[in-house]
Design a protein around this ligand. Structure first.
Ligand code: SF4
Length: 373
């Protein structure tokens, strides 16, 4: 994240919102723990191959195994990467991947910005383009300052006049695009440095960006929020009068505490692994990793045995469920270019006509902007 006055591009969305994120030596929480990041690393490796070859490797299993991530997640994420690259790859000529960039700017103090764009394209002597693959779902945290930093670094390194930046959200299957002149990029960076230089001591700006801050366990603003949230929950009287507005008001803070708990679980899990599988808690208990196993049946390999056991295919089908995402991915892979969407729509229409599709509504709590009346 930061070494003296060096800031990585991936940390800029947090640092721009809260300069205090760059201060202090508290517990450093790395973002590299957890299955999502393992999936992200695997997806980036596959995306790099897509950019270099125009094709996705046929067998993704070795990538999933080497990163310890879910094969289905990897398949879904990289399927859209391939679709995106087939449709838009021509906008990124002379593309290089994972190129490390670094420049020092400003004065009193000077700041060194570093980072590597997933894709860097030199379109011609004046124009460039950077692209960042995001392997998770689109978040509320603004990513523009990360890719703006890549654009700035690319422009300074290659003497460009204009640079565009694209963020591809692999699981949402959407993308965002921006374009700036070098004047706009340099002016943005110098304004950020000015704001950092005049940042009042003790001003903490909390928000969704705190999730990516290495200080989130030690920052006074976060600690105060956590304490206030726990106090609110402790005072919550489920037997008393329910005031909906009061319940809803605490929800964003509870989400924040849940995220901290998840980060804590990732940290402690890694600590147990590093300690060889167990950490004593007191004289009588210890923390360990408990294993459980879950069987998955391959219908192709097991078809004969299952049919012999249950008697007929209709009965056997009652025990089967088909993953819509995986099925549509197979259909898209098999369909010719330009026909993939149509092939998927036709199959879904046929399946609905055949009464093969059951739709279940799932509800979940979400904080959204109030609709304007
Ligand atoms: S946790 Fe949030 S408020 Fe605290 S220093 Fe980090 S970004 Fe700032």
């Amino acid at each position: 994240m930061r070494d003296n006055n060096t800031v990585r591009a991936s940390f800029m969305p947090t640092a721009v919102k809260c300069f205090m994120a760059l201060q202090g030596d508290g517990l450093q929480v790395h973002q590299d723990a957890g299955a999502v990041t393992a999936g992200g690393n695997a997806a980036h490796e596959v995306c790099e191959i897509i950019v270099k070859t125009g094709e996705r490797p046929e067998n993704l299993t070795p990538f999933a195994l080497s990163h310890g991530c879910d094969l289905g997640h990897l398949g879904r994420a990289t399927w859209y990467a391939l679709e995106f690259w087939r449709a838009h790859g021509h906008l990124f000529p002379n593309a290089s991947t994972e190129q490390e960039l670094s420049r020092t700017l400003g004065a009193n103090p000077a700041w060194t910005l570093t980072g590597h764009a997933d894709v860097l394209s030199l379109i011609n002597a004046e124009e460039g383009a950077v692209l960042d693959w995001k392997a998770g779902y689109r978040t509320e945290v603004d990513v523009v300052d990360q890719v703006r930093t890549y654009a700035l670094l690319a422009g300074l390194t290659y003497g460009l006049d204009r640079v565009s930046a694209t963020v591809v959200w692999l699981l949402d299957q959407t993308y965002q695009r921006w374009e700036w002149t070098m004047g706009e990029l340099i002016s943005w960076a110098l304004n950020v440095f000015d704001e950092w230089a005049s940042w009042p001591a003790g001003r903490y700006e909390t928000g969704d960006h705190c999730h990516y801050c290495p200080r989130r366990f030690t920052c006074p603003a976060q600690q105060a929020m956590v304490k206030a949230t726990i106090d609110s929950l402790a005072e919550f009287d489920s037997g008393g009068e329910i005031v909906p507005a009061a319940l809803a008001a605490v929800y964003p803070a509870v989400q924040n505490v849940e995220r901290l708990c998840q980060t804590y679980r990732d940290l402690v899990r890694q600590a147990v692994v590093d300690a060889g599988g167990r950490i004593p808690i007191d004289g009588e208990t210890e923390l360990t990793l408990s294993e459980s196993s879950r069987d998955t049946i391959d219908p192709s390999a097991g078809w004969s045995a299952m049919l012999a056991a249950v008697g007929d295919p209709d009965t056997l089908a009652q025990a089967m469920r088909v993953s819509k995402t995986d099925l549509l991915q197979l259909v898209a892979d098999a369909a010719p270019r330009g026909q993939k969407g149509k092939a998927k729509d036709e199959l879904m229409a046929d399946l609905r006509d055949a009464g093969a599709v059951t739709t279940t509504k799932v509800t979940s709590l979400r904080v959204v902007r109030t609709a304007k009346k």
